[in-house]
Design a protein around this ligand. Structure first.
Ligand SMILES: [Zn+2]
Length: 383
């Protein structure tokens, strides 16, 4: 049986999730603490940090804002401009940038910022996507790495020490810049930020003709370079109450585009719009851990009291973990084409990474699929 948090709808199969003896998950427990946070004090702290890093002579940018073009990064840029900062926005191009993702990047520029986009070698990138998918069941491995390495490389390159990250997934600290003696952003933080699934960047060399020189953008700058520039960072979500839905509403008021329908496998139309491969990424999360994007979204809205747990359960049942035949309207076949994979080969890879303990099997121990290729979880709630 899969055990679920009795307050939200998250299953305990989510990596690093802990459900306590009252049946409540640690994400819900963290959210309980929110009303006790002194947001006025944190806002003051944020202003103090920004003041410390603001370039008074006007000879360099005040901070780097890593931007994907999504609702959260649009919100980060809006807030930085409101706080009087002069940011350099840096995009690490997604693995397979969508049309709406491109429009949202153009929209960020129009907010009135300097902007740099770093696009990695697409031939190498496709190889890394395929290796990630076939070796660790994560097509987005190069994206998870590059969204952290490229802004840090830009900080070193442009001599701008402060990086403004968005949400702090650990929810505990404001980042190294908030520390008493502003620590530099070292490799340890980097490794805490992003799940590399046991596959290090250097492990990629040797696969499919990939050499170390192909992996430069995926490599963290040297400690000497970080130290010289004093690269540090903060999580905006620690200083300002963070709500993806609220960020989307604010961003839309500043020109951010959403879809006319909900995103496949999700229940909202305002996030994960920038990469055609995201549907595959989220589907593999479902195959491995029995939850997908719809569960994530339902939990966020349940915690904020916008929907009931019953409604959330229904949303999950209807939308979570559906086979990704299309994403953002693009057919799976076309999404797989640049990776040199057919849909049949893709289905075999899916089956290989499916945790068979979490899904219904037939008498021969084979996964039961409906006519659309969808699986059924062994249970959708606590009994
Ligand atoms: Zn919970």
């Amino acid at each position: 049986m899969i055990r679920y948090c009795k307050r939200c709808v998250m299953p305990e199969t989510k990596p690093d999730l802990y459900i306590d003896n009252e049946g409540v998950c640690d994400a819900c427990r963290n959210y309980e603490k929110r009303p006790h946070v002194d947001w006025t004090q944190r806002y003051k702290e944020l202003n103090e940090i920004l003041e410390r890093y603001r370039n008074k002579s006007g000879s360099n940018w005040d901070c780097i804002v890593p931007v994907s073009g999504g609702k959260d990064s649009t919100y980060q840029v809006i807030r930085m401009l409101q706080l009087g900062m002069n940011p350099l926005c840096v995009t690490a191009t997604t693995c397979d940038l969508s049309d709406i993702g491109r429009r949202n990047i153009e929209n960020i520029k129009k907010l009135g910022v300097d902007y740099v986009e770093f696009t990695t070698n697409p031939v190498v990138r496709r190889k890394l996507n395929r290796i990630g998918l076939t070796q660790v069941g994560d097509i987005s491995w190069p994206e998870h790495v590059s969204i952290f390495t490229i802004p840090v490389r830009a900080a070193v390159q442009f001599n701008v020490p402060l990086i403004i990250w968005g949400e702090n997934t650990q929810d505990e600290y404001g980042g190294p810049a908030a520390g008493k003696e502003s620590k530099v952003l070292d490799r340890r933080y980097f490794e805490e930020f992003c799940g590399l699934l046991g596959m290090r960047v250097s492990d990629m060399a040797g696969f499919e003709g990939i050499e170390p020189k192909h992996l430069i953008p995926y490599t963290y700058p040297s400690y000497e370079d970080i130290q010289r520039v004093g690269v540090t960072g903060l999580f905006l979500g620690y200083f300002l109450p963070w709500d993806g839905y609220g960020n989307a509403l604010i961003s839309q008021a500043y020109g951010f585009n959403t879809l006319s329908t909900t995103v496949e496998g999700s229940v909202v139309n305002y996030e994960n719009l920038d990469n055609y491969q995201t549907g595959i990424h989220d589907y593999f999360k479902f195959l491995k851990f029995a939850f997908g994007r719809a569960t994530d979204i339902a939990c966020l809205h349940i915690r904020r009291g916008r929907i009931s747990r019953e409604d959330g359960k229904e949303m999950v049942y209807r939308h979570d973990g559906k086979f990704p035949w299309t994403y953002l309207g693009k057919p799976l076949k076309d999404i797989l084409e640049p990776l040199d994979l057919s849909v049949d080969e893709f289905i075999k890879i899916c089956d290989r990474f499916t945790n068979k303990k979490l899904f219904k099997l037939d008498a021969h121990g084979e996964l039961i699929k409906d006519r659309h290729g969808n699986l059924t979880k062994i249970n959708y709630d606590n009994e």
